[in-house]
Design a protein around this ligand. Structure first.
Ligand code: GDP
Ligand code: IMO
Ligand code: MG
Length: 430
């Protein structure tokens, strides 16, 4: 019996998870998503083309590999159909190697309405949700009122759909939300619902499985399985910067509930971090830069959301947060992405500790959102060198290696590889 390896983000998302999954896929037989949904945007680049995936695992471009959408994932049928159509245009027939858990929950159009209603009700305290319906759909899952993929085939599907939608409309109206003015992709709720319903036909073309049996059988058959995380540690519903988080467990523990595997079946844990840090949406971000350097990181790193197009907030790498992430997730291997973005920087800073009320600390405090956190920065001289064309970790500029060595020492986790461009080919294993 093999173990399941896990790959996840250690910051606030967009660390380059999709790219690293794509690079590691040749070593695996199965790639499985275990949480999140269309709030994710995972970018893959190869042969000069860029691909963005939201719900579909990042192993889909390898047609001999099985891709699984686990029970912990949320599926929005219209977005799923758009993703399938984009793949078809690129010559990828996902029906051949994509399997879907019958227990994965559906995002209804009215979940998206509720997402907007909830954000409106929060006024100045908005989370900055991607508005894909994630929070409301997970809310219904926990409230035991959700509808699952397997339910599409049930005779009472339409009645259950209508009942749930009715409930959402009642709630939205009670919150003074203007249901009639609400639009998704410039469509009214009724028009969007029509397309959503039609999109179920696309979903039905795929194999619905009891994914907990499916995945455990894969492990018993000694198949190599990689679990692909979405969002990231600091957006975890329990350990992230609550309430500025997503609504799922993004951490290693989420793999057990999101796929139905035992904790003892978890093998290696690959943690992905940028060489700096970004965040999209609201919430605390102690190392955020509001100056020209922050703008440079955003521009040079093309830091615009893969799902919403919003500019990402940028700042220095945050070691207290990274150490926290390594602890909670049991990270065995670090992957550092995007140091190339800082090639021209004279100085690269690293936050090693925080100072809160005059006291130096290494911990993420409960009061993270409200405390006055001063990041204690250690400056590193920039490497001032184009990394383009380097194919060997040992050939990276010495100053960059020293920066990376410090990340290793400070987290106590070995760096497995560094990524130096968006392209599949530019990952240097140590
Ligand atoms: P994910 O959500 O973690 O999969 O990450 P995203 O795809 O949302 O964002 C990562 C962005 O950085 C994408 O545009 C990638 O193409 C890009 N990227 C990934 N690795 C590197 C890297 O090493 N260098 C540079 N310059 N870009 C990278
Ligand atoms: P990937 O997988 C970055 C953020 C949103 C918002 C908060 C809650 O591409 O790394 P939600 O729609 O889940 O209710 O939004 O979480 N967020 C992400 N930020 N990358 C993501 O996914 C994200 N998914 C959600 O911006 O602040
Ligand atoms: Mg992303």
């Amino acid at each position: 019996m093999t173990k399941i390896d896990v790959l996840l983000g250690l910051q606030w998302g967009d660390e380059g998870k999709g790219k690293i999954v794509d690079v590691l896929t040749p070593e695996y037989d199965v790639i499985a998503r275990f949480q999140g949904g269309p709030n994710a945007g995972h970018t893959l680049e190869f042969n000069g083309t860029k691909h963005v995936l939201h719900i579909i695992p990042s192993g889909i471009f390898h047609k001999e590999k099985i891709n699984l959408i686990g029970n912990g994932v949320l599926i929005e049928p219209r977005i799923f159909r758009q993703e399938i159509e984009a793949l078809t245009e690129k010559g990828v027939d996902a029906t051949l190697n994509l399997f879907i858990s019958k227990k994965a929950h559906l995002i209804l159009p009215s979940h998206r309405l509720m997402d907007a209603a909830n954000e409106q009700a929060k006024g100045n305290a908005k989370i900055g949700s991607t508005l894909k319906g994630i929070g409301p759909a997970y809310t219904d899952k926990i409230a035991r009122t959700g509808i699952r993929v397997g339910d599409i085939l049930a005779p009472d599907f339409i009645e259950r759909y209508a009942a749930l939608k009715r409930q959402h409309l009642m709630m939205a109206r009670a919150m003074d939300f203007d249901v009639d003015a609400f639009r998704i992709d410039n469509l009214s709720l009724a028009d969007y619902e029509k397309i959503w319903m039609e999109s179920l036909a696309t979903l039905k073309r795929f194999r619905f499985v009891n994914s907990e049996y499916f995945i455990n059988q894969c492990l018993r058959d000694n198949k190599k399985v990689l679990a692909e995380g979405a969002q990231a540690m600091m957006l975890d519903i329990d350990f992230g910067t609550y309430p500025f988080v997503t609504s799922s467990n993004t951490i290693t523990a989420g793999v057990c509930t999101g796929l139905g595997i035992a904790p003892s079946a978890v093998g290696r844990v690959f943690g992905i971090t940028k060489a700096y840090c970004t965040r999209v949406g609201a919430g605390p971000f102690p190392t955020e830069l509001f100056d020209e350097t922050g703008k440079r990181l955003c521009e040079l790193g093309h830091e615009y959301g893969a799902t919403t197009g919003r500019p990402r907030r940028c700042g220095w790498i945050d070691l207290p947060a990274l150490r926290y992430a390594c602890m909670i997730n049991g990270v065995t291997d670090l992957f550092v992405t995007k140091p190339d973005v800082m090639n021209d920087f004279d100085t690269v800073n690293m936050c090693t500790h925080y100072e809160i009320n005059g006291e130096r600390t290494d911990e993420i405090p409960f009061e993270y959102n409200t405390a006055d956190i001063r990041p204690l920065l250690t400056p590193f001289p920039g490497w001032k060198q184009d990394l383009n064309g380097i194919t060997d970790y040992a050939k990276l500029p010495e100053k960059l290696r020293s920066y990376l060595d410090t990340i290793e020492q400070q987290t106590g986790v070995r760096i497995a590889a560094v990524s130096i461009s968006p392209d599949r080919k530019d990952v240097l294993f140590k």
